[in-house]
Design a protein around this ligand. Structure first.
Ligand SMILES: [Zn+2]
Length: 234
């Protein structure tokens, strides 16, 4: 009996991707827990610090909001709103300030028209549609042995890989800006600043991990497509 091509050894690539992602998530949670126990000497809560940092850097148009959940902090360029999670909002910990400053970094990117952020925002709708349609189209192509559909599926999936890759410079740059603002603003001591770096570095690794995982998934689809054509030629 010939096996259906999905479910063969290439599934290992998905598992490797999942493993890397889980390790990165574990890393960021551990760094977050460690440095959310370390209060800064200066003592101001992240919500106040982040607005100060933005003002100092000539950006006073950002709205501040609170959001539920853990590590859900984000900046939305559409409505120029910086949302801090409940645990970060009132906290004066090194981790909270690092996360808030990172989001302020995104707000600065938006204000200055940082190109990778614009490309990323611009590609969101296409990526959302593409990533949902990719696998069903790919599988339909395999079932009906219709190569063009297989390629369309791979092409659509490649959009989400592109998105994961363009996210990397956006995230790295936001952390760089955030740390620079914290350091220039004199909010943190040397040792506090190195703690903040650790938190943001481990957060950046989660984006590297998801880019890697989506790249591995793309490789898998290509391998399956090649396997399908080899089987047919035999
Ligand atoms: Zn970010």
């Amino acid at each position: 009996m010939r096996m259906y091509p999905i479910g063969d050894w290439t599934y290992l690539l998905v598992i490797i991707g999942l493993g890397i992602g889980m390790a990165a998530q574990y890393g960021v949670k551990r760094a977050y827990r460690e440095f959310s126990q370390v209060a800064t000497q200066q003592g101001m809560p992240a919500s106040a610090v982040v607005m100060d940092l933005l003002r100092q850097n000539g950006n006073s148009s950002v709205s501040l909001a609170r959001i539920g959940g853990e590590l859900t902090d984000n900046y939305n360029p559409q409505n120029n709103t910086l949302s801090l999670s409940d645990a970060v909002f009132h906290s004066n910990s090194v981790a909270a300030l690092a996360i808030a400053a990172h989001e302020a970094g995104h707000a600065m990117q938006h204000m200055e028209g940082y190109v990778p952020l614009q490309v990323r925002s611009f590609s969101v709708p296409a990526v959302q549609i593409g990533s949902q349609a990719a696998i069903p189209i790919f599988i339909a192509g395999l079932i009906f042995s219709f190569r063009p559909l297989v390629f369309v599926g791979i092409g659509l999936f490649a959009l989400s890989v592109f998105f994961a890759l363009i996210t990397l410079p956006v995230e790295f740059d936001a952390s760089r800006r955030g740390l620079r603002m914290l350091s220039d603003g004199g909010c943190l001591s040397e040792s506090e600043l190195s703690g903040a770096k650790k938190v943001l570095r481990s957060a950046a690794l989660t984006y590297v991990a998801s880019a890697l995982a989506s790249l591995l998934n793309l490789v898998r689809l290509i391998l399956i497509a090649q396997g399908g054509s080899r089987r047919r030629r035999r």
